[in-house]
Write a protein that binds this ligand. Structure first.
Ligand SMILES: C[S@@+](CC[C@H](N)C(=O)[O-])C[C@H]1O[C@@H](n2cnc3c(N)ncnc32)[C@H](O)[C@@H]1O
Length: 249
């Protein structure tokens, strides 16, 4: 395992009372620690009400989208979600799927898509990504610091192509609990040349319902953010049923 852990971090395993193991990496300098988990695309897809695949389907069938690139930011040590997306869309030639994470185990199925790097300073060209997604990671990346959230959003806006879309799950750190704050987001929008939308978590069923219920009790305002780099394709926004009512600003 240690060969997959970035410099400056320690790998920690803890055991809960019921014998369940959790793995973390710990930043020796800052003391921040990040849980290392991996969810599959199925899970990601449900949590985002199928938005990433809806967007991908749209881009694959509409004119004007070439060499489509998808990026899972903080995609986990085994890059399971991006591996699943790659598997599901393997018949499309001009489609590249990547996962970026501080930790990467290239011996896993997701290995062929993995980029080792920091979400705050991605080793990725500007204007190169059509769809970015991030689940349960940006909250870890920013560690409750609004300035770091801004940095993470700026960095994502940089790598997105014009018209590119970023799906971000709830930033659940305490200090950011009040988001979205329209004033702050109006400022971000201007600076980054993006438009923000928000959406309540909606579509869950089966086992997820229990989980979500639990999360909802802790985080009653659970929402996720969608950031679109201008110019916004209004047809895509309609396809995702976002429209004006979901605009933050
Ligand atoms: C809770 S896991 C989520 C993994 C996956 N997205 C999922 O939904 O299962 C958080 C991930 O964020 C990664 N991470 C934390 N800080 C990061 C940073 N600055 N840059 C890139 N990845 C980071 C951690 O290595 C970890 O894999």
């Amino acid at each position: 395992m240690s060969e997959f852990i970035p410099k400056g971090y320690d790998h920690i395993t803890t055991e809960s009372e019921d014998g369940e193991n959790s793995e973390y990496i710990l930043n020796r300098e800052s003391g921040h620690h990040f849980i290392i988990t991996n969810r599959s695309f199925q899970t990601v897809d449900h949590r985002f009400s199928n938005f990433p695949s809806k967007t991908l389907d749209y881009m694959l069938k509409e004119d004007g989208y070439d060499d489509i690139a998808v990026l899972d930011i903080g995609g986990g040590i085994e890059a399971r979600a991006s591996g699943d997306i790659a598997e599901q869309y393997k018949n499309y030639d001009d489609l590249a799927i990547y996962s970026l994470d501080l930790t990467a185990n290239p011996n896993t199925r997701g290995g062929r898509h993995q980029i080792v790097g920091d979400a705050l300073e991605m080793p990725i060209k500007s204007n190169s990504i059509d769809i970015a997604l991030s689940t349960m990671s940006v909250s870890e990346v920013v560690s409750g610091d609004p300035e770091l959230l801004k940095k993470a959003l700026l960095e994502t806006a940089r790598v997105l192509k014009p018209g590119g879309v970023f799906f971000l799950d709830k930033v659940y750190s305490k200090q950011l609990e009040q988001l979205p704050d329209p004033d702050q987001f109006a400022h971000f929008e201007e600076e980054m040349e993006v438009v923000f939308y928000t959406k309540e978590f909606g579509f869950f069923y089966g086992l997820y319902e229990t989980l979500i219920q639990k999360l909802n009790n802790t985080y009653p305002d659970w929402k996720f953010l969608i950031m679109v780099k201008k110019p916004v394709n209004e047809d895509l926004i309609k396809e995702l049923a976002l429209q004006g009512k979901n605009k933050i600003v």
